[in-house]
Design a protein around this ligand. Sequence first.
Ligand code: NI
Length: 159
Amino acid sequence: MKGLPREWLIAGLEKSARILDHVLADVTQDVARTIRDGPEGWSVLEIICHLRDYQAIFVERIARILDEDHPSFVAYDEAARLAMVVDNDYAGQDLRHVFADYRATRRQLVDRLRSLSADQWTRVGSFAPDDPVDIWMVAAHTLLHDGIHTEQIARILRQ
Ligand code: NI
């Protein structure tokens, strides 16, 4: 995995946000609030809020890896994920505003990754002892997380 060029990972993060932009191009606020992944599932708006909030978590992990000596991370479980829906009032957000935030943060993430030295890429944090997490892994997690939810949005928009 790490034999892949870093630039591919970074370009993937850029493209992933653009794919989501294309998917959302014709989605109005009403549609974003109405279309859901099943009766109990999240709306498109809630999914975009989730992507924004989780990207912020990934970006913070990268910042801590760079700024601290071997930081420890907290894993966010299902309860924490669901609490954010209420605490951050996902249902009351504006789709375009939230997505603009997500894209701005993505641009900052991409710029920061492009600026890293070879030594910085080797820095690590961890969730548990003997389970190091480096910047590549956090960036790949961000990209994979985009993919999971972009598929979800594209699928429910076709229902
Ligand atoms: Ni998710």
